[in-house]
Design a protein around this ligand. Structure first.
Ligand code: HEM
Length: 479
């Protein structure tokens, strides 16, 4: 190497080093400027009560600042408190006066300004009571059990007769979508249901994507899907109103009927756009998570022969006790599925499909001794709670038996949330997932095309091949 080349290399290395140092210094200055900008107005007293953190755009909370459970950061252009421990999550989730929802604007645009994620407190309570009652509690769900059972059986039959491999997740999302559509707008024609289902695929990719409204971006496609969905739902609503005006009797009351008829204390009814936003939200929340969890529970059982054998034995026992005259499953049978229920709880813990949720403080609040200032956003990290070894020993082990015994301490299991915003579809979700697993365990096998397929984490964790697999019927077991 010539002397000149060596000098050149040293020079290059020195410049690179200086650039790196400068980047670190600029980064530190920007962090301090951020921190100063957002905290200066709080005054020294309130500032001193803030949780640790440095208002950087991304905060490596737990590791960097010790186990305080609350950290401050700067996310989605807002000063934010991240909450990662059960007691603090519980306090925030239970208090819907001090903490309203705080979803990013881009999410509200997609899900609807008149849906639960954006309507005022009182309106939320009123509409939640109306819509949650028909799907909450096992007695209310009796009305849907026959349809769920029938849909599951026909889905599995159809999948197992397909020569080629199928995208198991896609098929499950379709199945759970058909179930939620039946509950919310029974009798919708197949073309509308399929068109809506396609829209939801685009909507979901956009929900947790960067809000860039330019062709080629997921958010742009999601906005287009939303527009189409509103048109489709408006058409169904118009048809429903026209049929009612002509006096055609409805075979049974579904959620759309309830939303059309409901009146507030002044006798006012919901406008069409409010009904549509509610439908957009419920149809979305009502099928995506259930479809994903059904897939993961099936996959985990296939991957763990002991768990599969135990779950199958429980279902065989239930089958032995079903009288020959009974058609399909009953709620009594479902109540006996104790181990299967643990498998589902473990799947929702293990996958934390809804890994984070968003709130905003309406006033200064102290949580775990730290101040959450008025107006600041709050992110509740359910995944951190579910993977904390001090709460769930060996969190990376899929172990349904950890749910044996008394119910978990409040706040340690947040898969369905908690408090006034607790998922109103939790019983429905568990019922439909159980019915699917019941039939699957008794008669089918899943053979994945790419068992160690790479995962995609947003919007929900899933294999990139959507769980491409062959479904084989291995026994007819009474069905
Ligand atoms: C395994 C399946 C499911 C999981 C893991 C799940 C999870 C959750 C969680 C964590 C929340 C609370 C969010 C928060 O506090 O900000 C929630 C809310 C909600 N879920 Fe579910 N969910 C599931 C199935 C369903 C189903 C089947 C429905 C439809 C009937 C549904 C409808 C909703 C609605 C409407 C909300 C908003 C409630 C409100 O703001 O008052 N979910 N869900």
């Amino acid at each position: 190497m010539g002397e000149e080349t060596a000098v050149g290399m040293w020079y290059f290395a020195a410049v690179a080093m200086a650039a790196a140092v400068l980047a670190v210094v600029v980064d530190a200055v920007v962090r301090r400027a951020h921190a100063w900008w957002w905290t200066a107005s709080l005054g020294a007293g309130r500032r001193a009560r803030l949780p640790p953190g440095d208002m950087a755009e991304i905060c490596m909370a737990n590791g960097r600042f010790g186990r305080t459970g609350l950290y401050r950061a700067f996310m989605f252009s807002s000063p934010t408190i991240l909450v990662t421990i059960p007691e603090a999550c519980k306090q925030v989730l239970m208090d819907d006066e001090a903490f309203i929802l705080g979803w990013p604007k881009s999410t509200v645009t997609l899900i609807g300004a008149k849906s639960f994620i954006a309507i005022p407190h009182e309106e939320h309570r009123r509409l939640r009571k109306l819509t949650a009652a028909p799907i909450n509690g096992l007695d209310a769900l009796t009305a849907y059990l026959g349809f769920i059972d029938h849909t599951v059986v026909s889905t599995l039959q159809a999948l197992s007769t397909r020569e080629e491999e199928v995208e198991f997740l896609t098929e499950l999302r379709r199945m759970t979508f058909r179930i939620i559509v039946q509950i919310f707008m029974s009798g919708a024609d197949d073309r509308t249901v399929e068109a809506l289902e396609r829209c939801y695929t685009d909507l979901n990719y956009g929900l947790r994507a960067m809000a860039i409204n330019l062709p080629g971006f997921a958010y742009h496609r999601a906005l287009k899907a939303c527009k189409k969905m509103v048109e489709l739902l408006q058409h169904v609503l118009d048809q429903r109103r026209a049929a009612t005006a002509k006096g055609f009797p409805r075979p049974s009351v579904d959620m759309m009927d309830r939303l059309i008829k409901v009146e507030d204390e002044h006798g006012r009814r919901l406008e069409d756009d409010a009904i549509i936003d509610m439908l957009v939200m419920y149809l979305n929340a009502g099928h995506e998570s259930s479809g994903h969890i059904t897939m993961w529970a099936t996959v985990f059982m296939q991957e763990n022969p002991d768990i599969l054998a135990k779950a199958k034995a429980e279902q065989e026992e239930i089958m032995r006790n079903i009288p020959p005259t009974q058609k399909g499953l009953s709620l009594k049978d479902f109540r006996k599925m104790e181990y299967l229920s643990q498998v589902i709880d473990e799947t929702v813990r293990f996958m934390s499909i809804n890994f984070v949720t968003f709130r905003q403080a309406t006033r200064d609040v102290f949580v775990n001794g730290y101040l959450i200032p008025k107006g600041w956003k709050v992110q509740l990290w359910f995944r951190s709670v579910h993977t904390d070894p001090q709460i769930h020993p060996h969190p990376n082990k899929f172990n349904p038996s950890r749910w044996e015994g008394p119910p978990p301490r409040a706040g340690t299991f947040l898969a369905f949330g908690l408090g006034p915003r607790l998922c109103p579809g939790n019983d429905l979700a568990k019922l439909e997932i159980s019915v699917f697993l019941h039939h699957f365990l008794l008669g089918y096998k899943l053979t994945r095309a790419n068992p160690s397929c790479r995962l995609r984490y947003l919007p929900h964790v899933r294999p990139v091949d959507n769980c491409l697999a062959k479904i084989t019927k291995i026994s007819s077991h009474g069905y």
